[in-house]
Write a new protein. Structure first.
Length: 252
């Protein structure tokens, strides 16, 4: 049975794409066929795996019915990892999807023919709770929420959890929260320590034990079109993402 993760947080700059790319790479390197779906019009996950930002055809062509999944999915440099790129004009989907009846399930519908070809699908969501993110949450079994250990970390989390409850009630009863992942953590600072403590106190059952450190290798890896696990597999960031993949697997 395929497990589908949406990597989501309406706040930007919290490490969603970095987490999606590196978690997908770690799962694939463990021997599981994995598909990363870039549902963010910024196409950073596409670039982070070595493809051009305007890679075409892409997800927009799939949603618009102009392409079949087999013609859109690309092989990557990571064994067992495939990419469904964002493609050109994906931002237009935010305007077009709400005009269609039942559009909340469009992504789930177009992925259905290839879903069982993979053990895991990961969907990198835009930094919003708009139509593309809603589509990802409807298509997913689980949602993973990256949370930057900075001052505004808790801002919006309650709203996101309310949105997840609404989607569970109205559109996708199978959706569960896989967990919250603390990212860009600098354990030397009092602020990061305070934020980590506060998030763990507010959501004791949801926060992953693994913490992703602030690490220059993680930041520079996308410029090489590689996950950090290939760019520098022994750096602290790569080791943290390997640990995250193990923890996610242990949680089932």
């Amino acid at each position: 049975m395929t497990t589908v993760y949406a990597i989501a947080n309406q706040k930007g700059g919290v490490g969603k794409t970095t987490t999606a790319v590196n978690m997908a790479a770690c799962i694939a390197e463990a021997g599981y066929r994995t598909l990363l779906v870039d549902a963010d019009p910024q196409a950073n996950a596409t670039v982070g795996l070595g493809f051009p930002r305007d890679c075409s055809p892409g997800l927009y062509d799939l949603l618009a019915g102009r392409a079949e999944p087999e013609g859109v999915v690309r092989e990557t440099t990571v064994a067992d990892l495939r990419l469904l790129p964002a493609g050109r004009d994906l931002a237009a989907a935010n305007l077009e999807l709400p005009r269609e009846a039942g559009s909340e399930g469009r992504l789930r519908e177009v992925l259905q023919p290839i879903r069982e070809s993979y053990a895991y699908l990961l969907v990198d969501c835009p930094p919003s709770l708009g139509p593309l993110t809603v589509n990802a949450l409807v298509a997913a079994n689980r949602v993973l929420v990256p949370v930057q250990t900075e001052y505004f970390a808790l801002e919006g989390l309650a709203g996101l959890l309310d949105t997840l409850d609404l989607i569970r009630r109205e559109l996708n009863p199978a959706l569960t929260v896989a967990g919250m992942l603390l990212t860009m953590h600098d354990g030397r600072t009092r602020l990061a320590q305070d934020v980590e403590r506060e998030v763990r106190e507010h959501f004791p059952e949801l926060v992953f034990r693994t913490v992703i450190p602030r690490n220059v290798r993680v930041s520079e890896a996308p410029s090489f079109g590689l996950p950090v696990t290939h760019h520098d597999p022994h750096c602290s960031g790569a080791e943290a993402y390997f640990d995250l993949a193990k923890e996610v697997a242990a949680r089932g």
